[in-house]
Design a protein around this ligand. Structure first.
Ligand SMILES: CCCCC/C=C\CCCC/C=C/C(=O)SCCNC(=O)CCNC(=O)[C@H](O)C(C)(C)COP(=O)(O)OP(=O)(O)OC[C@H]1O[C@@H](n2cnc3c(N)ncnc32)[C@H](O)[C@@H]1OP(=O)(O)O
Length: 297
């Protein structure tokens, strides 16, 4: 069963699910330990000659954005940002078939409000740092990239996707019964326009590569084995533009969107915590996790 079809089942399943109290963790049915490994979740290769770094996301199984992952990602990004020799960053995945599965659902399920708040702050931090980066950022999307994974790609300056019809990309939050926050929505609207965003967000659309190219969600499609060479070629073109002129232009385009979150950060965290810890939302997340598990059997 496809995830899209499986998600429709969520609604009929939800009436059968047990109820649990606000802020109280339901029985742990899922492996909550998976992302606690101490091996690095990010590998960075920096070439001082070209001034380009490649960040490989390597957090099995699906590069989901856990608190640990986001912390490591932001530290890596900050180090590169502070290195004046680093002018460009390519972000890609070392996991087969997946760029990033988006926010780690286990970080939003059965967790205390404090922990949810800490997690959301890290999600904000990732977006603020990447969207506001002075570096040229290119997403080399070599696999599926739903929700937060799509946000990460949209936050870059340029997106190249592997031309593999089974990969999908999009902000599919509504399919999980949750809502893409205003800054996810703003980032998408800044890329593909208001009308496409309005429809995509309401329907939780996941696009295949050709559809994504058609609506402008990605900029280029290439065969999967050429994705890094294509990203490097594009980077060379962008590197030819004087940094200061490009950076000021980027900031001019993105600052109003960034300021909107910066000036509402605490309220946005509170909003997330209130929303995600609701019984009804926890129930949807639980049903979705069960569907992801059952997909294999
Ligand atoms: C009113 C105001 C509102 C304010 C805002 C408030 C709150 C809401 C904001 C929340 C924004 C949320 C953003 C998100 O990113 S939510 C996450 C959405 N992600 C997804 O829907 C992706 C789900 N996953 C998949 O579709 C597929 O896994 C795949 C990425 C296409 C890869 O497929 P495949 O290679 O077939 O792998 P499996 O499906 O078999 O998965 C392997 C294991 O990974 C687990 N998994 C998958 N995705 C996640 C995830 N996002 N988080 C945690 N775990 C994940 C899956 O369960 C499998 O686990 P197992 O090996 O233990 O069985």
């Amino acid at each position: 069963m496809s995830l899209r079809a499986a998600t429709r089942v969520t609604r009929s399943l939800s009436g059968l699910l047990p109820r649990w109290g606000h802020g109280q963790a339901p029985p742990l049915l899922f492996s909550q330990q998976r992302n606690n490994s101490t091996s690095p979740k990010i590998r960075v290769e920096f070439n001082p000659t070209s001034g380009v770094a490649v960040m490989h996301m390597q957090s099995p199984p699906v590069n989901s954005l856990s608190l640990d992952f986001l912390t490591e990602f932001c530290i890596g990004l900050e180090k590169l940002e502070m290195d004046k020799g680093c002018r460009g960053l390519i972000i890609t995945s070392s996991q087969p078939k997946v760029f990033s599965a988006g926010l780690d659902i286990l970080e939003m399920y059965g967790k205390s409000p404090e922990r949810c708040g800490e997690f959301w702050k890290a999600v904000q931090e990732m977006w603020l740092k990447l969207y506001g980066s002075d570096m040229i950022t290119i997403a080399a999307i070599n696999g599926s990239s739903p929700a937060g994974g799509c946000l990460m790609a949209l936050t870059c300056d340029y997106r190249i996707m592997a031309d593999q019809p089974r990969y999908t990309i999009g902000l599919n939050e509504t399919l999980l019964g949750i809502v893409a926050p205003f800054w996810f929505k703003d980032t998408m609207a800044n890329t593909v326009g208001h009308r496409t965003t309005e429809m995509a967000l309401q329907l939780g659309l996941l696009y295949d590569p050709s559809e994504a190219l058609n609506v402008g969600l990605v900029d280029q499609l290439v065969p999967e084995d050429q994705i890094l060479s294509a990203a490097t070629q594009t980077m060379t073109k962008w590197l030819a533009i004087p940094d200061h002129a490009r950076q000021i232009t980027k900031s001019m385009m993105r600052k109003p969107t960034i300021d909107r979150l910066t000036s509402n950060r605490e309220a946005d965290i509170q909003n997330f915590v209130n929303f995600i810890t609701k019984d009804s939302i926890q129930k949807s997340l639980r049903a979705y996790l069960e569907i992801l598990k059952k997909k294999k059997t």
